[in-house]
Structure formats: structure tokens, C-alpha cells
Design a binder for this molecule. Sequence first.
Ligand SMILES: NC(=O)c1ccc[n+]([C@@H]2O[C@H](COP(=O)([O-])OP(=O)(O)OC[C@H]3O[C@@H](n4cnc5c(N)ncnc54)[C@H](O)[C@@H]3O)[C@@H](O)[C@H]2O)c1
Length: 251
Amino acid sequence: MKFIDQVAFITGASGGIGRATTERFLKEGAIVIAADLNAKMLDQLNRDFKPEYENFSTTQLDVSEYNQVQQTIDKTISTLGRLDILVNNAGLSPKSKNWLESDIEEWHNVININLSGEYFCARSAAKQMIKQNQGRIINISSSAWRHGGVAGGGGVSYTSSKAGVIGLTRSLAKSLGMHGITVNAIAPGPTHSPMTTDWLPDREDSLNESIPLGRVGQPKDIANAVCFLASNEASYITGQCLDVNGGLTFS
Ligand SMILES: NC(=O)c1ccc[n+]([C@@H]2O[C@H](COP(=O)([O-])OP(=O)(O)OC[C@H]3O[C@@H](n4cnc5c(N)ncnc54)[C@H](O)[C@@H]3O)[C@@H](O)[C@H]2O)c1
């Protein structure tokens, strides 16, 4: 097991990719704190994982609220004594059809959750990781940042936020490298999850044809990549964006 006694804090943990990542880290022996806005889904996660994994806990958290993030991560550190891995996975894909007519609040909300949320969590976690002279931060971006995302609608704010995550990743990697902390991003392609249930099944056949590996992603494909970047094997990789999309885009 890769992560025995290591503390991993995972945001958006009750969604599709977050849940698969949580399960993978638990199987690898990590102490996992699963954070999410959705209390009902966190209860479900508790029911599913707690009986098998005693090193598992959940916490309700809105990543777009800096004070809440700071308090939650501080509490994790004071309870468990350390923080080794942060997976910045919480995200929102807005459903509006026309960005020119969408409420301006939508833009703020998407940037606050998808970009500021990752910054807030990284900022709160990095202070402890610097003390430990060790840490891994994995930021979830999206293939949208390469191909421009879904034209129109919520794709504009979403794509902008996910491109911002790449800049954030590179800048944090530069700042934190001297402290033994790596910071990398993962850009998933279209992946089955609650976020994509309203459109992916309808477009799956045509997408499969344009993906060299012939299929869209499953949450565990992304979880595997997160697990690699958090591992010792990835200790000389930082500031990178790993495209996990079956070859849909090439960097
Ligand atoms: N599914 C895809 O095709 C795909 C592709 C590229 C990138 N991504 C990214 O992967 C990540 C995980 O997405 P998913 O596909 O599992 O979607 P999902 O909707 O299943 O999961 C997202 C989770 O984030 C949580 N969340 C939303 N706002 C939050 C907030 N303010 N604070 C805390 N938690 C919050 C939700 O409750 C949900 O559990 C997201 O960042 C998403 O943008 C997904």
C-alpha cells in the first residue's frame, strides 16, 4: 500500500471522481478526510466507507469560503498532526445555454468554486506542508482548458476557471518546490460522473470515435492518475498538467 499513515484531504469527495479517488486512497492505506458541500452525499459516503475503513472521516465544506476552508484544514491538522496530500477536486459546471445572457453571478460562482477554492485549500494546506518539508497538491483542471470547452453557455466560465487552475498549479509549483512540495494538475477528458449525466450518454458514441483509446473516461481512470501524482514515484514531477483523456487532446 502506497500511503500508509499519510493524511489525504480530498475536496468534492462525494461526486464521481472524488468518490473514486477517496476509495483508491483508502485502499492504499491513507487516512482520508472527505470534504464536500453536499451533506446528504457525505452521509452516503460515511455509510459506504466507514464500516471498512476506520481511517475515514467526512466534513462538510464550501471551498469557496476562505475562512471555512482555513478552519477545516486547521482542524484536520490539529486532530491528525499532519497533512500530506491535498486533492483539489471540487468543481461546478454551470448549465446555462448562453453566456451573453447568463447571470453575472454565475461567472463569480464558477470562478469562486473552481479556481479560488483550489487556491484557498492550497494556501491553507501549504503552511503545514512547508513545516513538514513535504507534500503533494493535485489540482483537478479539465481538458476544456486545451480545446476551449463547450461552445457558449456555461463553458466560458468553466473553461476560464480550469485554465486558471493551470496557472495556479505552475505558480504554486515554483513557490513550493524548495519545501519538498510538488504541485501538479490533472485535466480529465469527458468522464462519466453526476456532472456529465445530462449530456454525456447522448454524445458518448460520437466522442468514442474521436478518442484514440476508443472510450470516454471512468472516475477510476482519474483516481489512478491522482494516486500516481501523490506517490513517491512522482517525487520529481512538479508544475505539470497530466491529460487523462484517452488521447482526445495532446499537449
Ligand atoms: N466529469 C467530467 O467529465 C470532468 C471532466 C473534466 C474535469 N472534471 C472535473 O473533475 C472534478 C470532479 O468532477 P466530477 O465529474 O466528479 O463531478 P461531480 O459533480 O460528480 O462532483 C463534483 C463535487 O464537487 C462538489 N462541490 C461543488 N461545489 C462545491 C463547493 N463549493 N465546495 C465543496 N464541494 C463542492 C459537489 O457537491 C460534488 O460532489 C471537477 O473539478 C470537475 O470540473 C470533470
